[in-house]
Design a protein around this ligand. Structure first.
Ligand SMILES: Cc1cc2nc3c(=O)[nH]c(=O)nc-3n(C[C@H](O)[C@H](O)[C@H](O)COP(=O)(O)OP(=O)(O)OC[C@H]3O[C@@H](n4cnc5c(N)ncnc54)[C@H](O)[C@@H]3O)c2cc1C
Length: 507
């Protein structure tokens, strides 16, 4: 790498494309190591004065800002341990720490704590608040050159004599006046989100095509925000998030900061009738029919403070910048959604964006003067710490699509014994999860702990169901299913269609 502002050649000038959660996380991680960071952000929306005003922030470059966000323990720990001052600022804006310990005590009374229990903490904070505080914090450090209204349009490069690969030396940009120029750096980091153009830019500088795997998540998303009425205590939360999975409909309730929470309803894009949840009357009727949602959105508890925001075309997508052990180009990498993004319903994107940002800082620390080794090191870290979550999401989404399709055909996807008397192994697993694991989370603290650690990305995804102790406990709980009253998560699809029909008639 070319030496930069510092006489210490391990300190670089790093140009980050995109100033959202991942780009800002990279700014934090890289400046902590003494690098100089320039962030180029296409949106030119001025920064609101307060986190409350940030709720109306026009962040159209990252439209999911208008949706529910869970900020998982993996992210919470990075903030707590790497940027405690930032955590204080987030909490000062009314965010709350929803910890496993408090929840476990509510359910099980006095409990024996285990090491790491204090780490299982979900941050209840709106995405707009988090991004606003984070940006403010980064700007206040004075260490990052944050330039907004600057759109990156391509890469500049030279040929690396050692490897013959293109070596990226900077980015081509266009500002709001339409002026085009170049910003150079020792390393270019693409954090420009799911709509990243890196796949187009790399072949323009002579790399092979960038391979991409992509599959629909099988859902579209709708979110609405509410404020708790003055003096009203929020209803109970199970481990920070209240959810329901009705197969044809997924429901998530996300506590936020400042007594504001949001409700997300997500359904299959092929389910035409369910598209009515994209509009307030349909959304409200469905919310009222689902006990976990209704207990929060009922007018005696809260009032809506936004319309219904929708988002479609959600995919699980992974892009490959290393092929057969060789980077496609040197001096460029991608993190966050630009590299890998998956179904938002699991709430992992911000956490994994930060995992990538801090992994990048470590790769640079390990390989300060070898761009090829740096690229391979980062790729290995992503493969280890991010890809397993992507892989598990693909499997879950494929199954969720099967469930939704079966329900649309009027079949029962949880029916373990088929009409011809044979067993349906997929239905068996679904039913074990629904009637074994879910109730056990309220009855067995060991399972609750492992489940919450996994959900919060503190364990590897496969560690959950491949753990013999977990399976034994889940099966023990499943055996008791007949002894429990049936859990009513919400109406079946045909009943919900009738509810939506009545909404039409009333309109
Ligand atoms: C509906 C929905 C709900 C979600 N819910 C959750 C959740 O509960 N919890 C969670 O952790 N994650 C959630 N996610 C995922 C999370 O929002 C993303 O993972 C996260 O925003 C990724 O951050 P990012 O910085 O990588 O990309 P983005 O937030 O998409 O930001 C990319 C930035 O790059 C800028 N940019 C783009 N192109 C250029 C360019 N050419 N030049 C300069 N700048 C550019 C954009 O303006 C934008 O600011 C959700 C996602 C969706 C879609």
């Amino acid at each position: 790498m070319t030496p930069t502002h510092s006489s210490d050649s391990s300190k670089k000038h790093i140009v980050v494309i995109g100033g959202s959660i991942t780009g800002l996380g990279a700014g934090l991680a890289l400046t902590s190591d003494g690098h100089r960071v320039t962030i180029l952000e296409a949106d030119s929306a001025p920064m609101p004065d307060t986190h409350l005003e940030a709720f109306e922030w026009d962040r159209h470059g990252s439209p999911q800002t208008k949706h529910s966000h869970a900020l998982l323990a993996r992210l919470y720990l990075l903030i707590r341990d790497r940027a405690p001052g930032l955590l204080d600022k987030i909490l000062a804006c009314g965010a709350e720490e929803l910890g496993f310990i408090d929840r476990a005590r509510q359910i099980f009374g006095e409990i024996e704590l285990e090491e790491g229990d204090e780490d299982i903490v979900l941050l209840a904070c709106r995405r707009s608040t988090f991004e606003w505080v984070l940006r403010r914090h980064i700007l206040d450090t004075g260490l990052v050159d944050f330039r907004d209204g600057i759109t990156v349009t391509g890469l500049s490069s030279v040929r690396d004599p050692g490897t013959g690969l293109p070596r990226v030396t900077g980015v081509k940009v266009e500002d709001l006046d339409g002026s085009a120029y170049e910003v150079t750096g020792d390393l270019i980091v693409d954090a420009s989100g799911r709509r990243s153009r890196l796949r187009r830019w790399l072949p323009e500088i002579g790399t092979q095509e960038v391979h991409q795997d992509s599959e629909p998540c099988g859902i579209f998303y709708t979110s609405r925000f509410y404020r708790l009425n003055d003096g009203t205590q929020p209803p109970e939360l199970d481990g920070g998030i209240v959810g329901a999975d009705l197969g044809y409909l997924k429901v998530g309730l996300f506590p936020g900061d400042s007594r504001i929470f949001s409700l997300t309803l997500a359904a299959d894009p092929h389910d035409d009738v369910m598209r009515k949840i994209l509009h307030e009357p349909g959304f409200d009727a469905v919310a009222a029919a689902i006990p976990a949602a209704a207990s929060w959105t009922n007018a005696t508890v809260s009032e809506p403070i936004s319309g219904v925001n929708g988002m479609a075309n959600l995919t699980n997508t992974r892009r490959f910048l290393v092929e057969e052990g060789e980077p496609l180009a040197l001096g460029v990498c991608a993190i966050g959604d630009a590299l890998i993004h998956s179904n938002p319903i699991s709430g992992r994107g911000c956490s994994l964006g930060w995992v990538g940002a801090f992994a990048l800082a470590e790769s640079i620390r390990e390989h300060p003067s070898d761009l090829r080794a740096l690229a391979l090191d980062l790729d290995a870290r992503i493969e280890r710490d991010v890809v397993p979550w992507y892989a598990v999401q693909l499997q879950q989404d494929r199954d969720a699509v099967d469930v939704a399709e079966a329900q649309r055909r009027g079949e029962n996807p949880y029916q373990v014994v088929r009409e011809d008397g044979t067993n349906n192994p997929k239905a068996f697993m679904r039913s074990v999860l629904r009637e074994g694991l879910l109730p056990a989370l309220q009855e067995d603290i060991t399972l609750m702990r492992i489940f919450m650690r996994t959900m919060n990305l503190l364990e590897k995804p496969n560690d959950l169901m491949s753990n013999p102790e977990v399976m034994q406990r889940v099966m023990a709980s499943y055996q008791k299913r007949e002894q429990r009253p049936p859990v009513f998560q919400g109406p079946g699809r045909s009943e919900m269609l009738e509810i939506l029909e009545r909404v039409d008639q009333a309109a």
